[in-house]
Design a protein around this ligand. Structure first.
Ligand code: NAD
Ligand code: 6OD
Length: 486
């Protein structure tokens, strides 16, 4: 059986306690690896290695050399594309067609994009008058924050981890990563690429384990960690923020969502249906930006529901390597139980089940996988838990609306504020409505169209701070002002 060890100070190491846990392929329930569970000792070693790297060659490395090495990391991922692809697909069960298009290429691109950004980004300077007439010159200097704790989720494991590690390293920090216990593979494999690229020891460290009372919590409580960047559930964010309060450490949070789509009467229905098929069902609905609430103008409602139903029923489930498969399993049996509890709740709350609502019949070899049917409901009241709470599964509720004001009110009626997709061919309406939606990311006539230079993050309970482009530098670097009296 394959073993996945921690990557600390450039080497793969076993847990001092000898404790391991299973890495399970959610498509068939098979154990694919035993993963070493880190405790306080491994976190101490990883943080010490990262601090030593900051005090050594990495901390003194010129930006040009640092960014050259990060390009080599990106090239190294691409050179081993098929290994990363297989590792990611086995951990998550997601189709090859998705991971080869999104997860792995974006995992590599995250290193190049932030390396190039850091080479080119300016800082501000101000000349000021002084009473003696000679003046003074202020200029800002960006310094690495230090050791960054990176805690990442399982839905887009490599993409979301490198989305943090890329800018952290580009800014000159060292990192200790705690990947999700569900998806340890690609974070571990990246250690080999870091060594091959010549990244100094201790710059990139990975400690596997769980959250509470395990590697995740020990990392967030460690006084040698200068900042914590986290993507995951809002409830976990609350626990991490409490840990970060000790020592006043900075946080960057990308949290949950309960995202709306609004389909106006002037939408191009083909585009709206195709976009909502992706936003509701891509990655088996396990995308933080995904749509779980769809509001459709009453004049299009019946046709939209019928067309989304037809699309959902055409999704093809299967083994990640099968050509033509475009729908994988949920991440685990535990997550399936959560999603199915909402499927039951929807019925109990009086929903009409338009399609799905249960567990599909799968061939025997996939019978122990965490499969669920893509599901569409109508007819729920807006106060149902199915409408209020993040499910993180392949499902959405569709409700009709009559006026633009009503659609905006419904979309905003949530404690979350991550993303929204608006479908309209009326440019004036698009510009009028988009700024009224209380979210960090609003798409018009698209979804998950990503320009990595743009601010990414959520408002309300969906996050703190923005990553992406220069915006991430507020977290990954400290600005220090130098004032020179002339
Ligand atoms: P999760 O919060 O359960 O776990 C995320 C990570 O946090 C894991 O590595 C886990 O081990 C760790 N963790 C859990 N408890 C911890 C603690 N007390 N201290 C330290 N670490 C702890 O989230 P998940 O189930 O892996 O991912 C799904 C969630 O992530 C959804 O809510 C989804 O919306 C959210 N998400 C948000 C974004 C975004 O960009 N806003 C992106 C992807 C996923
Ligand atoms: O594309 C990205 O950079 C990003 N952070 C996507 C997040 C997806 C959430 O599941």
């Amino acid at each position: 059986m394959k073993e996945i060890r921690h990557f600390i100070n450039g080497e793969y190491v076993a847990s001092s306690t000898g404790r391991v846990f299973n890495d399970v392929n959610p498509a068939n329930g098979e154990v694919i690896a035993r993963v070493h569970e880190g405790g306080q000792a491994e976190i101490d070693q990883a943080v010490a290695a990262a601090r030593a790297a900051m005090a050594g060659e990495w901390g003194k490395m010129p930006v040009a050399r640092r960014t050259e090495l990060l390009h080599k990391v990106a090239d190294g991922i691409n050179a081993r594309f098929d290994e990363f692809l297989e590792a990611e697909c086995l951990d998550t069960g997601k189709p090859k067609s998705l991971a080869s298009h999104i997860d792995i290429p974006r995992g590599a691109a995250n290193f190049k994009v932030f390396a190039d950004l850091v080479k080119n980004v300016p800082t501000e300077s101000f000349h000021m008058d002084t009473p003696d007439g000679a003046g003074a010159l202020n200029y800002a200097v960006r310094k690495p924050r230090g050791v960054i704790g990176v805690i990442s989720p399982w839905n887009l494991p490599l993409l979301l981890m490198t989305w943090k590690v890329g800018p952290a390293l580009a800014c000159g920090n060292a990192v200790v990563v705690k990947p999700s216990e569900e998806t340890p593979h690609t974070a571990a494999l990246l250690g080999e690429v870091m060594n091959e690229a010549g990244i100094p020891k201790g710059v990139y460290n990975v400690v596997h384990g769980f959250g509470p009372d395990s590697a995740g919590e020990f990392l967030t409580r460690h006084p040698g960690v200068d900042g914590i960047t986290f993507t995951g559930e809002t409830r976990t964010g609350t626990a991490i923020m409490k840990a970060a309060a000790e020592g006043i450490r900075n946080v960057s949070f990308e949290l949950g969502g309960k995202n709306a789509a609004i389909v106006f009467e002037d939408a191009d229905l083909d585009k709206a249906v195709e976009g909502t098929m992706r936003s509701a069902f891509a990655n088996c609905g396990q995308v933080c930006l995904g749509t779980e609430r769809v509001y459709v103008h009453r004049s299009l409602f019946d046709e939209f529901v019928a067309r989304l139903k037809a699309g959902a029923e055409e999704l093809r489930m299967g083994w990640w390597e099968d050509a033509g498969n475009n729908f994988g399993p949920l991440i685990s049996e535990e997550h399936r139980a959560k999603v199915l509890s909402y499927y039951e709740r929807a019925v109990a709350d009086g929903a009409t089940v338009v399609t799905g609502g249960g567990v599909p019949d799968m061939p025997a070899e996939l019978g122990r996988g965490a499969w669920v049917q893509p599901t569409i409901w109508t007819g729920l009241s807006e106060d149902s838990a199915v409408i209020r709470e993040e499910i993180f599964g392949p499902c959405c509720h569709i409700a009709p609306f009559d006026t633009e004001e009503e659609a905006v009110r419904l979309a905003n009626d949530t404690p979350y504020g991550l993303a929204c997709a608006i479908w309209t061919e009326n440019l004036t309406r698009a510009h009028r409505v988009a700024p009224q939606i209380d979210v960090g990311l609003c798409w018009v006539n698209s979804w998950f169209l990503r320009d990595l230079r743009t601010p990414f993050g959520g408002s309300k309970q969906s996050g703190i701070g923005r990553e992406g482009g220069v915006h991430g530098l507020e977290f990954y670097a400290e600005l220090s002002n130098v004032c020179i009296k002339l």
